[in-house]
Design a protein around this ligand. Structure first.
Ligand SMILES: [Zn+2]
Length: 259
């Protein structure tokens, strides 16, 4: 994002975790450990991110150093909301910090936060008529894997899918946009297999029109993960490659789009 900001890009981050959590933080912070949430929050204040939405209030206003970083964000000209997503204020950077730590999971009643925040960000960037980079994280898919909780994982994938539908509509209307969908790893060694019902006598009977989710572990796995791409520059993302190639491919696509 720092490189893109120098080239005039607007930048945005949306996460279901604290906005200081590892994935969003990796786009703006420079620290030696992912758990340095208070230091990461302090770096976000001056990172010039145009639009961000997620959780993590406590890292802004209940800090060991006693500082109130919400006040600091306002001093940096942010429009700040700590209660709900509101209408984007286009002539200022926007910050939405809506939970003490993570935003609730879907099964805990999160509602449509991910889709709504994404739509808001796209509207915000669109009105400003400048190129943009937006990262949206469906964070709890991974947490469903750690919990070996199939119901949670399915609900989170469906929520992410709904959000993706909104983004695909945007790409269709704005063909000069590149969309890349991926993960940093798989979690749980998940597979889909036969569904069995067990009767009172303990007999297992396969149910033909149902499937079950099976977990192989409660940790990150070494499975290959998919990279889906749509729009201008999508062709750079074909084949099998190391994860760090994604960064280089993004810049190849951006440089091609300049031509
Ligand atoms: Zn994980």
């Amino acid at each position: 994002m720092e490189q893109l900001q120098k080239e005039g890009y607007q930048t945005g981050l949306i996460s279901l975790t604290s906005i200081t959590h590892a994935t969003p933080a990796s786009f703006y912070a420079h620290v030696t450990d992912r758990d340095m949430h208070e230091e990461i929050a302090a770096q976000l204040v001056t990172a010039k991110v145009d639009f961000f939405a997620g959780g993590g209030k406590k890292f802004f206003n209940q800090r060991a150093d006693g500082k109130d970083l919400f006040q600091s964000l306002v001093e940096e000209n942010y429009y700040l909301d700590t209660v709900q997503l509101s209408n984007p204020v286009v002539d200022r950077p926007n910050a939405y910090v809506l939970a003490e730590d993570g935003i609730p999971s879907k099964t805990e009643g999160r509602g449509d936060f991910l889709k709504d925040a994404t739509k808001m960000a796209l509207d915000y960037f669109d009105q400003k008529k400048r190129p943009f980079f937006l990262m949206v994280e469906g964070s709890y898919i991974d947490w469903g894997g750690h919990a070996e909780d199939a119901e949670m994982m399915v609900a989170e994938v469906l929520d992410f899918d709904k959000t993706l539908g909104t983004v695909l509509d945007y790409v269709k209307e704005h063909p000069n946009t590149l969309l890349v969908v991926t993960a940093d790893h798989e979690t749980g060694g998940v597979s889909i297999g036969k569904y069995y019902e067990v009767d009172e006598a303990g007999n297992k009977k396969e149910v033909n029109d149902k499937v079950a989710v099976y977990f192989n572990s409660n940790q990150h796995s070494g499975e290959l993960i998919p990279v889906f791409a749509e729009g201008k520059g999508a062709e750079y993302f074909q084949g099998i490659y190391e994860n760090n190639e994604i960064y280089h491919k993004l810049f190849q696509a951006i440089n091609q789009n300049k031509k």
